[in-house]
Design a protein around this ligand. Structure first.
Ligand code: F6P
Length: 362
């Protein structure tokens, strides 16, 4: 009998643990089911190429450092929705047919996509239109896919941000400064809240909770009364100015991306107090760092389960981590159940009882 053939692609922003997931998929598929496994390069862009840009995976590829390495050796893209793909003349074209054709040209028995909610949405639509057999593995440092307790990459990002706070604490104390750390997370405050608790922050600002500059000042003043002259402030990138305006950084390519709220907070505090502030914007080190043990483990467990789903011909499912084990849910659930920080979350109460300022009326 002919070997079954599966494909893997990583889509959207990279993160720690993607290589570990690809490795685990390969091992399960090859060792248990003797499947042939192909890694598609650069996400859906690889499927658009003629012939499809894919590499046949083998044990040797995974013999070395890949498990430990951040990013994705397959490549990824978080640009260009294939249904509205930017062309060189500044217009948009529908490239979905090319992707579907690419998929069918490979004669796959299933395709595992490792992506966040945006990628899952696009691939689900492609799968429906093109009769593609897909299974999804959730990854995102933002950890905003509500159907799973953890997504690949989140723990690594939290770890990087925590280490940054550890490093900032000593220099903050030496110079009696307020060190402001701006972290990623898009519209969800999970990275800021988790790292802020783990790294002993005094102030954590997240997009889900309103703050005021005066509230931060009161917190810093109360610390001064305890003779603590330095502080750590963590701010999530999507936190708005006091007047509700979003802070965006305009890049040379004309694109606007979240960034700069740390500078705004510093400026306001220095205008209104004698506190000396310095700002660190952590950026993509949160994505490219070597995966933590927990991300490697999660990615490995997801990979095994995803291959089993393909073997059982159980498509349109997303693997999820719930109650200490891997389960599977409809991909729609992965797309639909957005999860940001809520007041009732245990970690909000935890932060408050650690005397961390989160906002004024929490
Ligand atoms: O969604 C993951 C994420 O890292 C966000 O936290 C961040 O806002 C964004 O992607 C950055 O994207 P890019 O790689 O395009 O700069």
């Amino acid at each position: 009998m002919k070997n079954k053939k599966i494909g893997i692609l990583t889509s959207g922003g990279d993160c720690g643990g993607l290589n570990a997931a690809v490795r685990s998929i390969f091992y399960r598929a090859k060792n248990k089911y003797n499947m042939d496994v192909f890694g598609i390069q650069d996400g859906t862009a690889g499927l658009m190429k003629k012939p499809v840009a894919a590499i046949r995976l083998n044990h040797k590829i995974f013999g070395g450092y890949l498990l430990r390495q951040g990013g994705t050796f397959l490549g990824s893209t978080n640009k260009g929705n294939p249904f509205k793909f930017p062309t060189t003349d500044g217009k948009f074209a529908d490239k979905s047919k090319e992707i579907i054709e690419g998929y069918h040209s490979m004669n796959l028995d299933g395709l595992i996509i490792i992506g966040g909610d945006g990628s899952m949405q696009i691939l689900k639509k492609l799968a429906k239109e093109g009769n593609m057999k897909i299974v999804a593995i959730p990854k995102t440092i933002d950890n905003d896919v509500g159907a799973t307790e953890s997504s690949i990459g989140f723990h690594t990002a939290v770890d990087v941000a925590t280490q940054a706070l550890d490093n900032l604490q000593s220099t903050a104390a030496s110079h009696r400064r307020s060190m402001i750390l701006e972290v990623m997370g898009r519209d969800a405050g999970h990275i800021a809240l988790n790292a802020g608790i783990a790294g002993g922050a005094d102030v954590i600002l997240i997009p889900e909770i309103n703050y005021s500059i005066m509230g931060i000042i009161k917190k810093l003043n109360s610390m001064k009364k305890q003779d603590i002259q330095h502080s750590l402030i963590v701010v999530a990138e999507a936190v708005k100015k006091e007047n509700g305006a979003r802070v965006l950084h305009k890049y040379i390519d004309g694109e606007q991306r979240l960034g700069g709220i740390g500078d705004y907070i510093a400026k306001e505090l220095m205008k209104k107090t004698d506190v000396e502030c310095r700002v660190t914007t952590l950026g993509h080190v949160q994505r490219g760092a070597p995966p933590t043990a927990s991300d490697r483990i999660l990615a490995s467990a997801f990979g095994v389960y995803a291959v089993d789903l393909i073997n059982q011909k159980k498509f349109d499912r997303m693997v999820a981590w719930r109650d200490r084990r891997v389960v599977d849910v409809p991909i729609e659930e992965g797309i639909r159940t957005y999860k940001n920080v809520e007041r009732k979350d245990s970690l909000v109460e935890t932060a408050l009882s650690l005397d961390i300022y989160l906002g004024d009326n929490v």
